[in-house]
Design a protein around this ligand. Structure first.
Ligand code: AMP
Ligand code: MG
Length: 403
């Protein structure tokens, strides 16, 4: 059986084969968060555009502002103002953070290290040339690439676009992802379930995970565990670039997803991964659609989405797939799991400690979503480890929306 690392690699390879030339959309900056940039954005001028003071204090000639020396303050420069006259010898100018340093001044002394009597400023420290000044053009030259195609637009990237005046630009369209839950026991969330039925939480959690991963969710009506209903709903899902199914991929008599897909011409790249939860996960292609069949137990659905669907959506978004963020932490309570499968256990990672610590949470297995609300990560127990004593370093996969 495939390891999750190998299965993930297969997803990446096949998604790259599939992705082709991506369609783009021209977006205003206010709508671009989470999109991947499809064009270059260049600087419109040098950054900073002038020699910028990084402190509130006094602009000086460094050689004159020695320890114990006094200079005459001849004015002030606010952020946004300029002073074109060069700084006279023996003089200094009060300057604010973000203001342009005047000609002939080569240092800014923080106000905290000065004393003022009327217009006489006395210095409590020696002054180094260039201190507290960011020279013009040192962050970026004019016309240089500020943001490259393939970059995912988060708050910092949007700030750079804003800084250089790029108010709209071309991004890759988000891939549309059909969501198809399956199961005779599953009812819509606005209906009251019968005593042995459950509400369809997977369509909601998958929709949220798809949005966070940069896809556009297209929820379909739940399919019953019957060949005719499954075929009809899968047919709807195949209109989109990606189809994510939940349920119906295990070994039960009514787990029909794989056989129905096969009957519709699907080829599979894998149909099992050595993990728990999530072992029966299916990944393949049917006509022009990438298809993920995730197990229906809600925690299995969530874990397998994070492991396998996210890299595919990265690629279809026009970005490089993010590597799986695995952190190292010290286990605080011993663990015992069946070996042979890699386990992903809802767990709590504590950053407050001087070294990160993690413990698995009590849970009732892969149906226990409420355990996941208390978890900020999954503790990864390798397939070849049945027992791990407290104090050992373990690998931790942060929940993609929490850490
Ligand atoms: P399956 O993978 O189809 O065998 O489903 C396993 C279990 O997951 C079912 O017995 C349900 O308890 C649960 N389940 C399946 N589909 C959903 C869903 N859409 N929302 C919430 N729970 C589900
Ligand atoms: Mg089912």
């Amino acid at each position: 059986m495939l390891s999750f690392e190998d299965a993930r690699q297969l997803v990446i390879t096949q998604s790259k084969n599939h992705s082709g030339i991506r369609p783009t959309v021209y977006l205003p900056i206010s709508e671009a968060l989470g999109y991947v940039l499809a064009q270059e954005i260049r600087t419109d001028r040098e950054y900073p555009p002038f020699n910028r003071s990084t402190r509130d204090g006094y602009a000086v000639r460094a050689g004159e502002a020695t320890l114990g020396a006094s200079l005459r303050c001849v004015g002030e420069i606010k952020a946004g103002d300029t002073v074109s006259a060069p700084l006279d010898s023996g003089a200094c100018i009060q300057i604010m953070t973000g203001a342009a340093v005047p000609p002939c001044s080569d240092a800014v002394v923080m106000i905290e290290f000065t004393r003022r009597t009327d217009d006489t400023i006395t210095f409590d420290r020696s002054t180094q040339q260039a201190q507290n000044i960011v020279p013009r053009g040192s962050e970026a030259r004019a016309g240089e690439i500020a943001l490259s195609p393939g970059l995912r637009l988060g708050f910092a990237e949007l700030a750079v676009a804003a800084q250089v005046g790029a108010v709209s630009f071309r991004c890759y369209k988000k891939p549309r992802v059909a969501i198809l839950s399956t199961g005779d026991e599953v009812v819509p969330i606005n209906e009251t379930p019968g005593p042995f039925q459950i509400r369809n939480s997977n369509t909601v959690s998958l929709g949220a995970q798809i949005q966070i991963a940069g896809g556009e969710p297209v929820p379909l009506v739940n399919a019953l565990d019957r060949v005719d209903d499954l075929s009809e709903k899968i047919e709807q899902g195949l209109r989109e670039e990606v189809l994510v199914l939940s349920g119906g991929v295990s070994m039960g008599k009514y787990d029909l997803v794989e056989s129905v897909l096969k009957g519709m011409g699907a080829e599979f790249y894998f149909d099992a991964v050595a993990i728990r939860p999530g072992k029966p996960t299916v990944f393949g292609r049917c006509r022009n659609t990438l298809v993920f069949g995730l197990p229906g137990n809600p925690v299995s659905t969530m874990v397998t989405f994070q492991l396998f669907v996210i890299p595919a959506l990265d690629i279809l978004n026009g970005a490089e797939p993010r590597s799986l963020p695995q952190l190292e932490a010290t286990l605080t309570e011993p663990l015992k799991e069946k070996s042979g499968l890699a386990h992903f256990l809802p767990a709590r990672l504590d950053w407050q400690a001087s070294a990160p610590q993690v413990r698995a949470l009590r849970w009732q297995g892969s149906g226990d979503i409420s355990a996941l609300t208390r978890a900020n990560c999954f503790l990864v127990v390798p397939a070849d480890r049945a027992e791990i004593p407290a104090g050992e370093k373990v690998s931790v996969l942060p929940r993609s929306d929490v850490l």
